[in-house]
Every structure is written in structure tokens, then in C-alpha cells.
Write a protein that binds this ligand. Structure first.
Ligand SMILES: [Mg+2]
Length: 216
């Protein structure tokens, strides 16, 4: 494996509760109803497209809402936690000589502040931020092209159905993680190459893929 690319929110950073709270605070301003815990649980069982259809948010207002959420998140990003187990997994992968990167729709400010706070910035060789909600496949493709990588040298790790779809569009292998926003079940329905429930399963997958390559 040459390059392991991570999503940020919900995959590395435990930002989802904070984002939900901010979105609820902004709800009146953007014309949708705030979601309680039950509604949020339901939203997690939906694909990204289904969620947008159900959410009452106008597609025209959506980019403005997302931008506003990221601006508000900047105030609290340094107080937010890493997903338990992610630090060890990242360090182990890096120690094995794998290249790590991030491709995220969140802002550069938020990602850099968070990584610095948790002393993880040095682990990542590249960080692409501000990707459009459905624009990750374009950015992933650019990473492949710019670094002259073959699809089988790259692995994408993400917590949402749109992450799986972005990887499948290229196609590159994708690991869906159930510790973030989307439920295990809806992730499964999108048929990722791997679906894991704990960060310590990552190393096993990477080692397994390396083995496949060596035996060819
Ligand atoms: Mg995410």
C-alpha cells in the first residue's frame, strides 16, 4: 500500500455532536427544523442523498449553511476529541512506512488547528480541504494523477456513504468505518471493500492488501 487517505470528520475527529449542535442552532436562520437525538439517529441510517432529501434544507442554501457550520466549528475545534484508537492506528501505519493523507470537505483552518492540538500534523504528507460535498472523487483522482499512483496503491477511509461512492467512482479501494456519522447498516448497503468498527482493524486490512500484492 502506498497511500492511505482519510476523511476527517467522524473518521479521525469526533466532531459530529458539535456539528449537529451548530446546525440546530442555525436551523431557524436557514429555514429547517432542528433535529433531536431520535431524528439524528434516523438521519444516520440514510445515505447522503436521502439525508439531503429528508432534511428540508434547500439545495441553494446548503453551500451557505455548510460554510457557516465550518466557521462556527472553528471556535470549538480545539476542544474536540480524537476518535478513540485513531492516534495509535495512525502512528502504527506511519511507522510501517505508509504515506498518510487527508481529503475532507471541512476547512483548512479546522483541520490544521485540530491536528496541531493533538500533535498529529507531522503524520500527514498532504491535506486537501474544502472539498465540495460530492466533490471528493475529483480530488482523490487528482491525488492519484499528481503522484502517479495506481488505483491499487491507494486506500480511502471514510464514515459516510458519500465517501464510499467517491472512492467507487474512481475506483479505489474503500474502508468504511462505523464509528462516525453513518450507521453500519447503510454503509454496508453501499458495498465498501471493507467495513470496520474499530481503528485497530485498519492495520490488518493494510497488511492483508500488501500480502495480496506481494504474492502476485
Ligand atoms: Mg466524515
Amino acid at each position: 500500500m502506498a497511500v492511505i487517505i482519510f476523511d476527517f470528520d467522524g473518521t479521525i475527529a469526533d466532531t459530529l455532536a458539535a456539528i449537529a449542535e451548530i446546525a440546530n442552532r442555525l436551523a431557524p436562520l436557514f429555514g429547517f427544523s432542528p433535529a433531536g437525538p431520535e431524528k439524528i439517529k434516523f438521519f444516520q441510517t440514510l445515505s447522503t442523498q436521502q439525508l439531503l432529501q429528508q432534511s428540508e434544507i434547500s439545495v441553494f442554501k446548503l453551500p451557505f449553511l455548510l460554510r457557516r457550520v465550518k466557521t462556527e466549528l472553528r471556535r470549538e475545534i480545539q476542544q474536540l476529541n480524537l476518535i478513540p484508537g485513531v492516534r495509535d492506528a495512525l502512528i502504527a501505519l506511519s511507522n510501517e512506512g505508509h504515506t498518510l493523507g487527508i481529503v475532507t470537505s471541512n476547512s483548512a483552518d479546522n483541520v490544521h488547528l485540530f491536528l496541531k492540538k493533538h500533535d498529529l500534523a507531522d503524520l500527514f504528507s498532504f491535506i486537501h480541504t474544502g472539498t465540495a460535498l460530492f466533490g471528493k472523487s475529483k480530488v482523490l483522482k487528482q491525488v492519484l494523477r499528481r503522484n502517479q499512483l495506481n488505483a491499487d496503491q491507494v486506500l480511502y477511509i471514510g464514515d459516510e456513504t458519500r465517501d464510499i461512492e467517491a472512492a467507487q467512482k474512481i475506483p479505489i479501494r474503500v474502508v468504511a468505518v462505523s464509528w462516525g456519522f453513518n450507521s453500519h447498516q447503510v454503509l454496508m448497503s453501499k458495498k465498501p471493500d471493507f467495513l470496520i468498527d474499530h481503528p485497530n482493524e485498519l492495520m490488518q486490512i493494510v497488511t492483508q492488501l500488501e500480502g495480496v500484492k506481494c504474492s502476485r
